[in-house]
Design a protein around this ligand. Sequence first.
Ligand SMILES: NC(=O)c1ccc[n+]([C@@H]2O[C@H](COP(=O)([O-])OP(=O)(O)OC[C@H]3O[C@@H](n4cnc5c(N)ncnc54)[C@H](O)[C@@H]3O)[C@@H](O)[C@H]2O)c1
Ligand SMILES: [Zn+2]
Ligand SMILES: [Zn+2]
Length: 376
Amino acid sequence: MKTRAAVLSEMNLERPYEHSRPLQILELDLDPPSAGELLVRIEAAGVCHSDLSVIDGNRPRPLPMALGHEAAGVVEAVGPGIIDVEEGDHIVLTFVPSCGTCAECGSGSPQLCPNAAAANAEARMLAGGRRLHNDGTEVNHHLGVSAFAERAVVARGSAVVIPDDVPFTTAALLGCAVLTGVGAVLNTAAVTAGESVAVFGLGGVGQSVVMGAAAAGAYPVIAVDPMESKRKLASVLGADMVLPADGAPASIREITAGGVDHAFEAVGNAKVLEAAYASTGRGGTTVAIGLAHPDAMFTIPAVSIVGEAKRIIGSYMGSAAPQRDIPLLLGMWRAGRLPIEKLHTGTLPLSRINEAFDALADATVVRQLIDTTTPA
Ligand SMILES: NC(=O)c1ccc[n+]([C@@H]2O[C@H](COP(=O)([O-])OP(=O)(O)OC[C@H]3O[C@@H](n4cnc5c(N)ncnc54)[C@H](O)[C@@H]3O)[C@@H](O)[C@H]2O)c1
Ligand SMILES: [Zn+2]
Ligand SMILES: [Zn+2]
């Protein structure tokens, strides 16, 4: 089968991407699903910073690679051995193709599945190999999803079946931004009502942290971003106070008389992680969500971690178990507690995907969606 897909062949091209065109829309060959795999028609795919970090060289990956990892779609074919998904099912795709049988999967931490981590690191399918080819040359998969495409073949463990009435534009954002941000609040940090929260970086992930903190009853929720438009949206989503980035730690320590109970970093910058740590109060927790460059070092005064009894914790995919958490998040969305639609700041056709990455790099948008169903 043929599918149009956005393929990256060279990292680190100059901005604007609209002119350098790092992503090319190619007509690829897509193999049928192997055992334990699904063929999915992609209906909406979100533009996340983790894709941008591959394009700009902050997360070097094997090339050529078909990008996109936050999406929703419809199952078109079911590979051998799958008994719990049917053709026509609506699904959310997540970026860890958990195997379901390892110790981590079996103990409730499928986001840490070592088999999925190995497949993602090697940019291949969980079951091995690649299903995408360009004139006979293998094309690498991004996080087992490669969703900037009309169709994708994915592992069963990448998919969560959802009810048919959930709009794809909402469902797609559950796959990364919302699962990661709300999960960091509810699962990783286990924020409780009345605890104070600071969020650094108000893109799709950080705004989801704000929504999650508000839903958990945190107070105050302090949202930090250099962009005024981001701070405005955070106020709508439940932030009690908003601050520009400059001087934020000192202001946060003053507002909270010493620092917050939980400070989240959702930028992917080691200096901002240091600012989040400096904003964390005695006995508090700094939660690292952003993915910094592999060479970036995080430096803190060694004595402070003991003297102030602080914790630093990483949150990968919101410490989520997607089969449990996506239905839970959908329930909160239906109840009006997670206004996920408000993250959506526009839809572009696949042919304009490079412009979408320019807008993300300029930080003028929260979550754009790529409509993979429109002809070029
Ligand atoms: N841990 C995970 O599982 C996981 C999952 C998804 C994304 N991520 C990572 O999370 C990060 C955020 O992703 P996103 O898609 O929301 O990104 P985004 O680009 O949409 O948002 C980043 C925001 O940070 C703001 N920012 C820049 N400098 C800042 C500063 N000094 N202080 C405060 N804010 C600042 C920008 O204005 C922007 O609003 C990325 O590093 C991404 O790779 C991690
Ligand atoms: Zn993502
Ligand atoms: Zn596993």
